[in-house]
Design a protein around this ligand. Structure first.
Ligand code: ASP
Ligand code: MG
Length: 451
């Protein structure tokens, strides 16, 4: 087999402690391929760092700092040669302490600096663990992701600059790549001038995909705490099955509609460069994971079922719509100006129904504020229904499969279906049901169409 170029990403739970890190090192060492290894902070550390960015009494600050220190120093103590990394870790911990003492209220730029310590610490330790478990320790080196992943200045939610990243990868990585293996950080990045930024919570998957794109990797591996992408949430359907292979298009519908295996932006770079993505478990690497790729061998009509809760349905009515134009433009202008993201839309002659994205970063915060509502009410009648769930059947050719809706909706005879979207995508059929009935609906459909 010719040598492949791979990017392997390990999430927070895979970095939980020394034993977990050793399991990850064994996965990295299981073949001779060239690799960039992208790691998250150790599990829970980004949350602790986030708390350090809020106003705290000094005893709480001290407690959080010592929790972070202890966790990382404990892992160091379990290494074969703790002294080879401990001084670096102590230095980082000192610097972190100094940074959180520096100011009372933290700017977003300072927040990014503070958050970056999670991945800086874990990647230093993991580099040493990988060296200790490799037959050729000299092949392994640490890489500062901020030298390669360049973004804009939007601190805490920065946007990558693909062209610059490619250029940096060519300068900093390509010449050294034949040497072997790099360990680098997920989530953290930098502006062109070297100011630290981050890609948003859970952004390590995205970092890994950006590295894969920049070095034209053959494979992007995402090692996580689930064994695979499942046909539906196994907490809802106990006999949900791991999916062996799924296309980019289907997987995109899944992440839009609720299956949170990958950070939603992760697939974009992989699609741009047609890089195969593998999702597997770092705890049970021997169990089959899921391949996500452009073309799959199998193309079932229904491959998976996803569920997204807490949906709001907004229905607007206007008699002005009858045989007129411009109403939809006006409606969407209001939503767009207020940065409200719409998922599904259906229209009739005099009304429009839409589902809204709830802001997952601020639970309880409703995108549909009173101000937006009164603006809408100035030109149409508005009805709002909450506590709905969006269910999506994801697969292939759903729009062109004769006789599909009969059995699907037949199975749901006793369920009140509030809205149906079918036909816009060949890869999904989705509908809204009341929140309380959602899990039952998923179970019925899984049993009938997948199991
Ligand atoms: N450490 C970051 C977080 O917890 C990024 C990641 O793990 O993907 O959000
Ligand atoms: Mg994660």
């Amino acid at each position: 087999m010719p040598e492949l170029i791979k990017v392997a990403k390990f999430g927070g739970t895979s970095m939980a402690d020394a034993a977990a890190m050793r399991r990850c090192a064994a996965i990295v060492n299981s073949d001779q391929d060239k690799k960039i290894v992208v790691v998250s902070a150790t599990s829970g550390t980004t949350n602790l760092l986030t708390r350090l960015c809020t106003p705290l009494v000094s005893s709480d600050r001290v407690r959080l700092l010592s929790e972070i220190s202890e966790k990382h120093l404990n892992i160091c103590n379990e290494l074969k040669s703790p002294q080879s990394v401990r001084p670096d870790i102590e230095k980082l911990l000192e610097e972190l302490k100094w940074r959180v003492h520096e100011t009372k209220s933290v700017t977003l730029q300072q927040k990014d600096e503070i958050l970056s310590f999670g991945e800086l610490l874990s990647s230093r330790i993991f580099t040493q663990i990988l060296k200790e478990s490799s037959s050729e320790a000299s092949r392994v080196s640490w890489l500062d992701a901020r030298d390669v992943i360049i973004t804009d200045h939007a601190h805490t939610q920065a946007e990558p600059d693909i062209e610059l990243i490619e250029k940096r990868a060519e300068e900093k990585l390509t010449p050294r790549f034949p040497e072997g293996r790099f360990v680098t950080q997920g989530f953290i990045a930098s502006t062109e001038n070297g100011v630290t930024t981050t890609l948003g919570r859970g952004g390590s998957d995205y970092s890994a995909a950006l590295f894969a794109e920049a070095i034209n990797a053959d494979v992007l591996e995402i090692w996580t705490d689930v064994t695979a992408v499942y046909t539906t949430d196994p907490r809802i359907v106990l006999d949900a099955r791991p999916i062996t292979e799924i296309s980019f298009d289907e997987a995109a519908e899944l992440s839009v509609f609720g299956a949170k295996v990958l950070h939603p932006a992760t697939m974009v770079p992989a699609i741009r460069k047609n890089i195969r993505v593998y999702v597997g478990s770092s705890i049970h690497p021997e169990k089959p994971g899921t391949w996500i790729m452009k073309d799959t061998r199998s193309k079932p009509v229904i491959r998976a079922i996803s569920l997204r809760r807490s949906q709001t349905l907004v229905t607007v009515h206007s008699l002005d719509m009858l045989h007129r134009h411009g109403f939809l433009a006006k409606l969407f202008e209001v939503l767009s100006r207020n940065k409200i993201s719409v998922d599904l839309v259906t229209t009739s002659e005099v009304s429009v129904s839409l589902t809204l994205d709830t802001d997952i970063n601020s639970p309880g915060k409703d995108a549909l504020t009173d101000d937006v509502l009164s603006e809408l009410k100035s030109f149409c009648k508005v009805e709002v229904e909450k506590n709905l769930s969006l269910i999506a059947l994801v697969g292939n050719n759903l729009h062109a499969t004769a006789g599909l809706s009969g059995p699907v909706f037949g199975a749901l005879q006793n369920v009140n279906i509030r809205l149906i979207c079918h036909g816009a995508s060949s890869h999904n059929l989705c509908f809204l049901v009341e929140g309380e009935s959602a899990e039952t609906v998923v179970r019925i459909l899984h049993k009938q169409f997948i199991k």
